[in-house]
Design a protein around this ligand. Structure first.
Ligand code: 0A1
Ligand code: ZN
Length: 881
């Protein structure tokens, strides 16, 4: 483990390598504890580079066993090894040369899950961002691209399968009990895309014929016996391949595409060239064990990793500051894919919900950073929702600003111009400038300025002049290292509605560019005047969430109710319902803190119930409308002096009032939304289940007892319904015999299935209230708990810290102390996981003072600990700053 205090890496210091890597030949002799890796690397000095510059290769926890230069021993004075590098001097000025490095590594002892490691008897690798240096000494940076040949030698019985990137060259026996396989990847790639898998796995096979008529073999490898559970992933893969051809004109470029599912993985999945490695949570599904959300995630992540083949692999990042170049763009692409496969407005609502609950707090707290940062101490800590999700929103804004067709032209230009290169955000933006003739300099601030812009709007209608003036003001809050900000170019999709719900088309607009229903806010303050507006309009701003901003616009409940009913953009309808709900929830939290009575506005309750009952709306949309802002959403909107208990109590009271008022509607929906016949994970059926389950939630508030949820649990024939009923029982009636029996029944039925056991832990980790800490501690002693498995850790500790505000934020600080002790323990094995779990503390300054004090003490305790990893030290120090 690297336990330095962390060298800061600056974008301004970027310079190309002195040596060009021509070819990589790797030979692995696999052994659980002593794997031998021979790397033959051919270099030449870059034209114009310093003729005396040494070759510096990165390394981490490596054992150098031999070093050859052009096949000869190298004199000791020609090279130097430190904990982090191998430096070789006295190299030719122009001629190519070969360095052969042999290292010994221990996959079994690799608990960080970076580099080559073992999981359930399988050898696998994770090299992004800097894991390859844990395999061999190498120029481990994304701008060093080369073709790779890989030879794998291993025990034949234990490892019938030997896989790496590219196309299979051949294989044969190799001495007693062993065999070997050779792979060649002709596409030059950076080391972070290298992958190797060896072991004994089952496979699902299919083929895909590409747009030019080439047949590609598709293989998904899973543990033996789990093959049927990979069928949905295979289907999603084929749909992804077709969609990328149809929508982006991108064809797959090797003869084979493989996915391997493993059970120990730090992230969701990894786009290694031709050999994606997945957390098995995002591959395996069947109706009995996977929820509709699981199916949707599998579809999205399979697509995401596949889409990386062009946005990430064929065109990669010059350096890690450019991470959003591949991630923001690829998230945008997977969002578009899911929108096309499912319901666009419902998908957009889900995206925005996720953005607001995960990215907005990041952008508004101590860990805020630009989409394209300029410095980092630990790159692993920059795989954030800002880089991914805000990065995707920035790409979406380019499409909104330029329009579909010009955006497509810009993308085509990007693929043409930069195929095979490692490039920057500036290169990417330039393609859209060239394709559109538009100057995107001001727009580019979205990449460079952190913080969520706040746009304040106010409107006045002049009946005499038949004009409507909309005044807009933008403010970008200060963030770490960026005290002042420039005004940004904010595309606001906007429409005006008359009292009867019809759309008003203004004759002309002054004061701001307004084209294709998009208003361009570019100055700090700006007033747009809409002429030819016959009656007072109700304005809908930031439709489809065209810009990732906070909008303050004082609209009356009546105006919001009108938008909730008539907006043609269904995302904006949902937004109007949320805007109606929020003041009620905020007031409820304040009233609960003061012990005052909690009363909900009637307009809101009526509008919500009307939307729930509106059969012209798709069920999935209605379910989204009924899912009120979460307790964390309410806390974020409150902004300061947060008492999680009051937020919880206030929200519960509002839920009860809606439930009482809408009881008949919910009961009718619960009966009407039954899905009959064979289970299908399609979006329509999932929407019906979501609406039925939302109705069940409200009924459990109206009825105040666990009977209906118990009946739902007993009658469920799929995991969506089963886990929803179990959650209601466990969260709303935790002390009931029904809840206890259901939890026990669930455990005994599914204890052999790790992914379902994760759900069992997560549901219990989320039970609100004082008892949560002790419940989580007790669950850690359960024989099913596995400390070394990231999914299990995330389901128990992660759900507790991120998803249980009252339990984690217990008034006496025990939740924070517990987390601190866990972080220190996890950090010894898996720093990446520890650092990620620690980000749950990022909003500690918004808490009321007693809790904030407890949180600070817990953070200080972590900061004081000896031997912290760079990952955790970076997060804890930034969080405390
Ligand atoms: N590039 C992957 C994410 C990823 C990043 C780092 C990892 O290391 C543990 C693993 C995966 C993606 O965007 O899917
Ligand atoms: Zn990605």
């Amino acid at each position: 483990m690297r336990t330095d205090t962390g060298q800061v890496v600056n974008l301004a210091d970027y310079r190309p390598t002195d040596f060009v890597l021509e070819r990589v030949d790797l030979t692995f002799e696999l052994d659980p504890t002593e794997t031998k890796v021979e790397a033959r690397l051919i270099f030449h000095r870059r034209k114009g580079a310093d003729p005396s510059a040494p070759l510096v290769l990165d390394g981490d926890e490596l054992n150098l066993s031999s070093l050859l230069f052009d096949q000869n021993e190298l004199a000791p004075e020609r090279y130097m090894v430190t904990a982090e590098s191998l430096t070789i001097r006295g190299l030719p000025e122009t001629a190519p040369f070969e360095v052969t490095v042999t290292t010994i590594i221990n996959p079994e002892a690799n608990t960080q899950l970076m580099g080559l490691y073992r999981t359930s008897g399988i050898y696998c690798t994770q090299c992004e961002a800097e894991g390859f240096r844990r395999i061999t000494y190498f120029p481990d940076r994304p701008d060093v691209l080369a073709p790779y040949t890989v030879n794998i030698i291993a025990d034949k019985e234990a490892n019938p399968l030997l896989l790496s990137n590219g196309n299979f060259l051949g294989g044969a026996g190799y001495g007693p009990g062993k065999h070997f396989a050779a792979w060649f990847d002709p596409h030059p790639k950076p080391s972070y895309l290298f992958a190797l898998v060896a072991g004994d796995l089952g496979v699902v096979e299919d083929t895909f014929t590409t747009m030019s008529g080439r047949e590609v073999v598709l293989k998904i490898y899973v543990e033996h016996g789990k093959e049927p559970r990979a069928a949905y992933a295979m289907d999603a893969l084929k749909r992804s391949m077709k969609w990328d051809e149809d929508v982006f004109g991108r064809e797959y470029d090797l003869d084979i595409f493989m996915i391997v599912a493993v059970s120990d993985f730090n992230m969701g999945a990894m786009e290694n060239k031709g050999l994606n490695i997945f957390n098995d949570k995002y591959v395996l599904a069947d109706p009995e064990t996977a929820t509709d959300a699981d199916y949707a995630n599998i579809e999205a992540i399979i697509a995401h990793e596949y889409f990386h083949n062009w946005t990430g692999n064929r065109i990669t990042c010059r350096d890690w500051f450019q991470l959003c170049l591949k991630e923001g763009l690829t998230v945008y692409r997977d969002h578009e894919f899911s929108s096309d496969q499912r319901s666009r407005p419902v998908k957009r609502i889900a995206e925005v919900r996720h953005l607001k609950s995960e990215q907005f707090p990041e952008d508004g707290g101590p860990l805020a950073h630009p989409v394209r940062p300029t410095k980092y101490r630990e790159i692993n800590n920059f795989y954030t929702t800002t880089v991914y999700e805000k990065g995707s929103e920035v790409t979406r804004m380019i499409a909104t600003l330029l329009g579909r067709e010009t955006f497509k032209k810009g993308m085509d230009l990007y693929f043409d111009r930069h195929d095979g290169q490692a490039v920057t955000i500036e290169d990417f933006v330039k393609c859209f400038e060239d394709a559109s003739g538009r100057d995107l300099a001001q727009f580019s601030l979205w990449y460079h300025q952190a913080g969520t812009p706040l746009v304040t709007a106010s409107g006045t209608y002049d009946a005499g002049a038949k004009s409507f003036s909309l005044s807009l003001e933008q403010m970008i809050p200060a963030t770490p290292g960026q005290p002042t900000k420039e005004p940004m170019h904010i595309p606001l999709s906007l429409a005006l509605f008359a009292e009867d719900g019809s759309k008003i088309e203004p004759a002309t607009v002054d004061g701001a560019e307004f084209a294709g229903e998009v208003l361009h806010l570019t100055a700090r303050t700006q007033t747009a005047v809409f002429h030819g507006v016959a009656s007072r309009p109700v304005v809908s701003i930031n439709r489809s969430f065209s810009a990732p901003i906070n909008l303050h616009f004082d609209q009356s409940p009546a105006d919001l109710a009108l938008l909730a009913r008539y907006e043609t953009d269904h995302f904006a309808r949902w937004q109007a319902l949320t805007d109606l709900a929020l003041p009620n929830l905020l007031k409820a939290a304040r009233d609960a803190r003061e012990g005052a009575a909690i009363v909900c506005e009637q307009t809101f309750v009526d509008t919500l119930i009307a939307a729930a009952a509106d059969e012209s709306l798709e069920p999935a949309f209605r379910a989204q409308a009924l899912a009120l802002p979460s307790e964390s959403d309410i806390a974020r909107e409150l902004g300061s002096n947060i008492d999680p208990d009051a937020v919880h109590a206030g929200r519960q009271a509002i839920m009860r009032q809606i439930a009482e008022a809408g009881k008949a509607t919910f009961a009718a929906l619960y009966d009407a939304m039954i899905t009959s016949g064979e289970f299908s994970p399609d979006a329509k059926s999932a929407g019906r289940r979501a609406l039925r389950n939302a109705a069940l939630t409200y009924l459990s508030y109206a009825e105040g007892n666990p009977s209906r949820a118990k009946a739902a649990f007993d009658g469920a024939n799929n995991m969506t319904d089963l886990s929803h009923a179990l959650t209601i029982l466990a969260h709303r009636f935790p002390d009931s015999a029904e809840a206890k029996a259901a939890l026990e029944a669930f455990r005994s039925r599914f204890q052999e299935n790790a992914l379902v056991v994760d759900k069992w832990f997560a549901i219990q980790a989320g039970v609100p209230g004082q008892g949560a800490v002790d419940r989580v501690k007790a669950l850690m002693e359960n024989p099913l708990f596995k400390r070394t498995n990231p999914n299990r850790m995330r389901s128990l500790v992660g759900t507790f810290a991120f998803g249980n505000p009252t339990g984690f934020g217990r008034a006496d600080g025990e939740g924070y102390r517990f987390l601190a002790s866990q972080i220190l323990d996890i950090d010894q094995r898996n720093p990446q996981l520890a650092a990620r779990l620690l980000t749950s503390m990022r909003s500690w300054r918004s808490l009321e003072s007693a809790r904030a004090d407890h949180a600070r003490s817990a953070l200080l305790e972590i900061e004081r600990a000896a031997n912290l990893s760079t990952d955790v030290r970076d997060i804890v120090e930034r969080t405390l700053k």
